[in-house]
Design a protein around this ligand. Structure first.
Ligand code: O2Y
Ligand code: MN
Length: 602
């Protein structure tokens, strides 16, 4: 189909206006076919962006190195341009929408000269599904189009679902590097010093300039499925969340679905694809990053994974840490900023084998192990199709979603937070989500071990005032007739006095999932013990059979340190004050109740 043949007038007009602003050499409406994907990859080989990997090692897969100035999401260049600063709230970078449009029009003017302008219709969620939504990304990056092919559903079926008048989110992207006459194209074009990742939540549009990388450029992911979708969800009574979704089946064959929010560097993809160590239990993956949830007719909360692929962190992924991820990326994948071995495979730190001599690092130079630098960038990524995952859930593409029984929050805390605790109520669970925090790791910017609040793991992803977002969660829990999931908070990262982790983690986390599963069916506090923080497992109800763990260690893992929690309260109070009048009274009340349960004097 050509642009002129498009029956959707608003879409056609937007494409024509964008073309006249950006001045591309040609326009291509993407059909989503395999032939199109193959042609894009061939083009990317010609420009030096892609190197094909060995057919024997990673069939039909490609290796890309980014510009060193374009390696990750850029939170300080990410803007929420709502009409007022207050609507964006204290956790977002706000800019005036008219002023920002003026800047962006200047940047986008002529930005696509000498390039192809790709028009990519895509669906977040199964095409035509009741929980799914459509976006159209216009981009001058073939690398972005190839990644969108894996991460979303693209092309003709989406246009058909859109029809003549359907709603779509316009997503405009340019790498900001026109190809001027006589100039060669370069492997990773970008405008590294002038990036703008901009969201207009009221008009529901996205403009992204200057970066070709990940969450900055694959606009269906963080920009649409989280920042714009949170604002849609607030207005339409649903939830757009930074959560994995997994299914867990017990030895009797009964299954429950769990959604879980973790800040980065807490092993979210590993949990989504966990292989249980307890006999007879099974975990299957619905999604590893994003959940869209709404109540079904039966009153239960149903979730879909709006994505179709994994954009996973490569370093640390190995046959022992996550064999399911390794199988997912075994073919038909794109690798960005990994190391390249002489036999045409990819390599990264933590893959479990030594780097072969003569490998290239993520910038394409021969790797020198004596340099002390990593061969792969710490944010190196694989883009892999979800359906290649051996533990993909049979219901992962059910357009109606899967019913959620439990919602987990987690963070990385060396002390203070027990291995697992359960909320007493929905408002208490929202309180737990609002105070999610993680200690920074070496991979993150800033001081090591500093506590960073990351409410609902949504700090960089909520498209409106975070205080109002907490209020929306409270409102959702008050939906008449709702059968609400239970909330839990987990911490696999508690350390002993010797600085060593007290809990083995990985597959052993299935023991916590088992307790969560059983608590979802339990009456009252069966299998649990009340503490000021919430319900923790009764010792005999946490299955540690076959695990070598001393009773005092288990006691420490499940203990609630009253003094440490009393010391946390003022910090939570101050953090709450930062939301001003937007902080719901219900959350302040939960903080007061926690203080009372801890026996605080005030
Ligand atoms: O650095 C990027 O652009 C990727 S960020 C990302 C990718 C996949 C899943 N989650 C994230 C994240 O930052 O939460
Ligand atoms: Mn994420």
């Amino acid at each position: 189909m050509t642009i002129g043949e498009l029956r959707h007038v608003a879409l056609r007009t937007w494409i024509e206006e964008t073309a006249s602003l950006c001045g591309p050499a040609d326009i291509r409406l993407c059909d989503g076919s395999q032939a199109e994907y193959d042609e894009l990859c061939s083009r990317l080989i010609v420009t030096g962006t892609f190197r094909p990997l060995s057919r024997d090692k990673k069939p039909h897969s490609f290796y890309a190195c980014s510009d060193p100035g374009d390696v990750a999401r850029v939170e300080d260049r990410t803007f929420i341009c709502s009409k007022t600063r207050e609507a964006a709230g204290p956790t977002n970078n706000w800019a005036d929408p008219d002023e920002m449009k003026r800047i962006l029009r200047g940047l986008f003017s002529g930005a696509m000269r000498g390039r192809t302008m790709y028009v990519v219709p895509y669906s977040m969620g199964p095409v035509g599904g009741p929980l799914s939504k459509i976006g159209v990304e216009i981009t001058d990056s073939a690398y972005v189009v190839a990644n969108m092919h894996i991460m979303t559903r693209v092309g003709n079926p989406v246009l058909e679902a859109l029809g003549d008048v359907g709603d779509f989110v316009p997503c405009l992207h340019s790498v900001g590097k026109p190809v001027l006459p006589g100039q060669p194209n370069i492997p990773w074009p970008c405008d590294a010093d002038r990036k703008y990742i901009v969201h207009f939540p009221e008009e529901r549009s996205i403009w992204s300039y200057g970066s070709g990388y990940g969450g900055n450029a694959l606009l269906g992911k963080k920009c649409f499925a989280l920042r714009i979708a949170t604002s849609m969800a607030r207005d339409q009574g649903w939830l757009a969340e930074h959560m994995l979704i997994l299914g867990i089946t017990n030895p009797e064959g009964r299954k429950k679905y769990v959604a879980a929010a973790f800040p980065s560097a807490c092993g979210k993809t590993n949990l989504a694809m966990l292989i249980p160590t307890i006999p007879g239990w099974k975990v299957e993956t619905v999604g590893d990053d994003i959940a869209w949830m709404r109540f079904g007719k039966d009153g239960r909360l149903y979730a879909i994974n709006p994505e179709a692929g994994f954009f996973g962190v490569a370093p640390g992924t190995s046959q022992s840490s996550n064999p399911n991820a390794m199988a997912s990326l075994a073919r038909d994948s794109i690798f960005t900023n990994c190391a390249l071995t002489p036999d045409g495979d990819v390599w990264w730190e933590g893959i479990g084998t030594p780097i072969p001599p003569g490998s290239l690092d993520w910038q394409g130079a021969i790797y020198d192990p004596a340099s002390g630098k990593p061969a792969a960038h710490p944010n190196a990524r694989f883009t892999a199709p979800a359906m290649a995952c051996p533990c993909i859930d049979p219901e992962w593409e059910n357009p109606e979603g899967v019913p959620i029984s439990a919602i987990l929050f987690g963070g990385r805390r060396a002390g203070v937070v027990p291995l697992v605790h359960e909320a007493y109520s929905w408002p208490h669970g929202v309180f737990m989500g609002s105070i999610v925090a993680s200690e920074t790791t070496a991979a993150a910017a800033g001081a090591l071990g500093r506590l960073r609040r990351d409410p609902f793991a949504m700090l960089p992803f909520c498209g409106y005032n975070m205080g109002d977002y907490f209020g929306h969660w409270l409102d959702v829990g008050a939906t008449p007739g709702a059968i609400l999931p239970k909330f839990f908070y987990v911490n696999w990262f508690r350390k002993g006095k010797d600085g060593k982790f007290l809990w083995p983690g990985y597959g052993e986390n299935s023991r916590i999932l088992k307790w969560v599963f059983e608590r979802c069916d339990a009456r009252g506090d069966e299998g649990a013990v009340e503490t000021p923080l919430g319900l923790v497992p009764a010792r005999e109800s946490l299955d540690v059979s076959g695990l070598t763990i001393d009773a005092p260690v288990l006691d420490e893992l499940l203990s609630v340190d009253r003094d440490a929690w009393l010391a946390e309260l003022p910090g939570i109070g101050e953090y709450y004050n930062s939301f001003g009048e937007h902080l719901p009274a219900g959350l302040r009340a939960e903080l007061d109740k926690l203080g009372e349960r801890l026996g605080s004097k005030g």
